[in-house]
Design a protein around this ligand. Structure first.
Ligand code: FES
Ligand SMILES: [Fe+2]
Length: 364
């Protein structure tokens, strides 16, 4: 189709980013029915290791049962609803803090005080409510939708790249978290992540000293997106890296709010955007390295990323959220360039279509 014939694609209306009712509906229609990143397997290394995390406003317990199985349960007692655990630790038994009903790591009730004297009470009738959990190459994901498709089937291209770009990921160790409380809706943040139309203007060091923008490509898949770029040559690099077998930048985003990246030099980090309010999003970037003892260039990579690209995006996203609340704005055109994907907003269009599919026509 020629440029003249193609119809412009219009971005999602501003109300999708500012309406608290839509934000509430997204918890069910988007976050409770998609794979949500919980942690690296390092957090659940031994039987009984557990971690409590929040998924779609629900408190969820992840607990390792044995060498091969990690279970996920709603953090609610089937007796009279008390929360069971908080934070993280290691327990072979989960004892409720209210009346001491006690569960094993499979979620089965194994004791309840005075149960033998209560007519009609059967211990085997009670257990913690489970939810879906899947471990992909060292990354643990949870899904509150019992009917969800297996994650490895939803994003097979992402999985094979994860194994190729980060072959040792399951054995890597957490070294640093870069985080921010973003003053914007979660979709503003992931749409910003999905395009590099803004990169040369906003990220001078990234585009001049890390990436080779001529080689940058952004590719859509069914529920994921891939960014791939070569890196700047030696003398232009803003940080020096030693591993010349990993010179590319690669990023994979998974619908709706997770991504992993590897920067030139082959250092992995996982991104997770947690929506807190219609105009507030918590972004965490967790870095996983081969050793907790950082080399100078690894320390410089983390510092440089936080001080440039990460901070620059945080500022511009706040500006977008302010404009979305204006009565002067409803929606603008997405700048789709089929030839130059590094300057195109086709991945934003794909995200907005996934959102429309999840939310249904009533919320458009
Ligand atoms: S609420 Fe948990 S034992 Fe009573
Ligand atoms: Fe950016």
């Amino acid at each position: 189709m020629s440029k003249q014939q193609a119809a412009l694609i219009q971005a999602l209306g501003a109300h999708a980013y500012v309406d608290p009712e839509i934000f509430k509906a997204e918890q069910n229609l988007v976050f409770a029915s998609t794979w949500q990143y919980a942690c690296h397997v390092e957090k659940l290394a031994s039987p009984g290791d557990y971690l409590v995390c929040e998924i779609a406003t629900e408190s969820i317990i992840l607990i390792r049962e044995n060498d091969t199985t990690i279970n996920a349960f709603y953090n609610v007692c089937p007796h009279r609803a008390s929360r069971l655990l908080e934070a993280e630790g290691c327990k072979k038994r989960i004892a409720c803090p209210y009346h001491a009903w006690t569960f094993n790591t499979r979620g089965e009730l194994i004791s309840a005080p005075n149960a033998q004297n209560v007519a009609g009470f059967e211990i085997s009738n009670y257990r913690l409510k489970a939810c879906r959990v899947e471990t992909l190459h060292g990354l643990v994901f949870v899904n509150l939708d019992d009917d969800a498709e297996l994650l490895k089937q939803l994003a097979p291209e992402m999985l094979s790249d994860l194994e190729a770009f980060a072959p040792h990921l399951p054995e890597l160790t957490f070294v640093h978290r870069t985080e921010a409380l973003l003053e914007c809706n979660w979709k503003v943040a992931i749409e910003n992540y999905a395009e590099c139309y803004h990169c040369e203007l906003i990220h001078k060091e990234l585009t001049g000293g890390v990436l080779d923008m001529d080689s940058y490509r952004i590719q859509n898949f069914a529920q994921s997106q891939k960014h791939l770029s070569g890196s700047q040559s030696g003398e232009k690099r803003v940080y020096a890296f030693e591993d010349t077998s990993a010179t590319d930048f690669v990023a994979w985003w998974l619908w709706p709010n997770f991504s992993f990246q590897s920067y030139p030099g082959g250092r992995m980090h996982c991104w997770n955007w947690t929506p807190l309010a219609v105009d507030r999003t918590h972004l965490t970037v967790d870095w996983y390295f081969p050793s907790p003892e950082l080399a100078d260039w690894e320390r410089e990579l983390i510092r440089h990323h936080a001080a440039t690209t990460f901070r620059e995006d945080s500022s511009v996203m706040a500006l977008v959220q302010q404009g979305l609340s204006s009565r002067a704005y409803e929606s603008g055109p997405l700048m789709i360039d089929a030839e130059k994907s590094q300057y195109s907003e086709h991945a934003v269009a794909a995200i907005q279509q996934l959102w429309r599919d999840a939310m249904g026509a009533d919320n458009e």
